[in-house]
Design a binder for this molecule. Structure first.
Ligand code: F6R
Length: 366
């Protein structure tokens, strides 16, 4: 049932090209310039007129929500807030008429997310769900929704759910942007065409597996690890750190790269591996100077770069290459090497990759 892979997590990492495609199949008609999603079409007015979108989720789904914040704001110009469901539900949140709530959950059973949805409904909000499990509690409790088509995710560490959530949320943003006219005609069409190429680019990114394994062997005994990214890739840094923590039990933290100088740079010495997400299309020059700051304090740099990069390659101790894409879609690629790195480190540390200690696949208690 693991399809020849040693662990479900690895199988699920490798399923990403096909499940991303399954998630946009029939919804993304790039040649026609159309996005078809019944749950959005039926409620288009609500999204178009939204004064604000509030995303509620936990864990990895919350990270997908953070990526979506950057995408929604850029594409649709609707202000977005991303909330931990557990914080949102206990703070008498302000929900105004015209707010749209999006709840993201792989399992559709997360207790805090479910409670946040019920609260938002009581306050009169329109609640839209992005779930993976068909017929789950959250999919039933929301007013409308769109499923990710990731298939069953067995590994406790979420991988393919994350990238398919981002895929669905990108489709939704593009549909709203089209209705609102907030993206130029050419940008809109370019994003559709680029999204269609993502599965083959994820397949290409997966070829870094051997490099990721070599790097894992060098750093597997590090007690700490930092992950840095900016813009669309700041949430990917958080997700990379979470993946490492939960399956390898190494302490890791994700930061927006520019925040280093406000404190965490004090942690840097020759024993600290720093994983820097530095694709060419992002805030590349800024990230390069952040890398220099770490270098000059003897930190070890593992950089995720766009294929063909030379500048970061000169500075970094190790590089992992991914294909080129537009900034907004880069999280779908940059996240791949981070998943593989965590996986190999956990295997080398003889951790129980698919069922890490203290964790459950669905958190049905608060
Ligand atoms: C991390 C992980 C958890 C879940 C979180 C939310 O790898 O699996 O952080 O993302 O418990 O779960 P769902 O998405 O099912 O609501």
């Amino acid at each position: 049932e693991k399809g020849g892979y040693d662990h479900f997590m690895l199988k699920e990492i490798y399923e990403q090209p096909s499940v991303i495609k399954d998630t946009y199949r029939g919804r993304l008609l790039a040649n026609e310039g159309i996005i078809k999603m019944a749950g959005i079409e039926d409620n288009l007015e609500k999204f178009v007129n939204a004064q604000r979108i509030v995303i509620v989720a936990c864990g990895t789904s919350w990270h997908a929500g953070l990526v979506a914040e950057y995408i929604f704001e850029e594409f649709t110009r609707i202000p977005v807030e991303v909330e931990y469901a557990s914080e949102f539900r206990y703070r008498n949140p302000i929900i105004n008429k015209g707010d749209v709530i999006i709840a993201i959950s792989q399992s559709g059973e997360t207790a805090d997310t479910l409670a946040a949805i019920k609260l938002a409904k009581e306050k009169g909000a329109f609640v839209f769900g992005v779930c993976n499990v068909v017929g789950s509690s959250i999919s039933r409790e929301t007013h409308a929704g769109a499923y990710t088509h990731a298939g069953p995710e067995i590994g406790v560490a979420s991988t393919k759910a994350f990238t398919t959530q981002i895929t669905v949320l990108t489709l939704i943003s593009l549909r709203i942007a089209k209705a609102k006219g907030t993206l130029s005609h050419s940008d809109y069409h370019n994003y559709l065409a680029e999204l269609e190429t993502i599965p083959e680019k994820v397949a290409e990114a997966l070829k870094c597996n051997d490099v990721a394994k070599q790097i894992a062997a060098i750093y597997k005994d590090s007690p700490n690890c930092l992950y840095l990214g900016r813009g669309y890739n700041f949430p990917v840094a958080l997700e990379g750190a979470l993946k490492l923590k939960e399956i390898s039990y190494i302490h890791a933290e994700g930061y927006p790269a520019a925040e280093m100088k406000h404190g965490p740079i004090a942690l840097i010495d020759e024993h600290m591996p720093v994983i820097v997400i530095a694709p060419r299309q992002g805030h590349y020059d800024k990230v390069v100077s952040n890398i220099q700051e770490i270098k000059s304090r003897s930190g070890k740099i593992i950089a995720v770069v766009t294929k063909g990069d030379v500048q970061v390659r000169d500075l970094a101790d190790h590089v992992i290459e991914i294909p080129d894409t537009v900034d907004a879609l880069s999280p779908l690629l940059t996240t791949i090497p981070l998943q593989l790195l965590s996986y190999h480190i956990a295997v080398m540390r003889e951790c129980n990759v698919d069922q890490p200690r203290n964790l459950a696949k669905s958190v049905t208690v608060e």
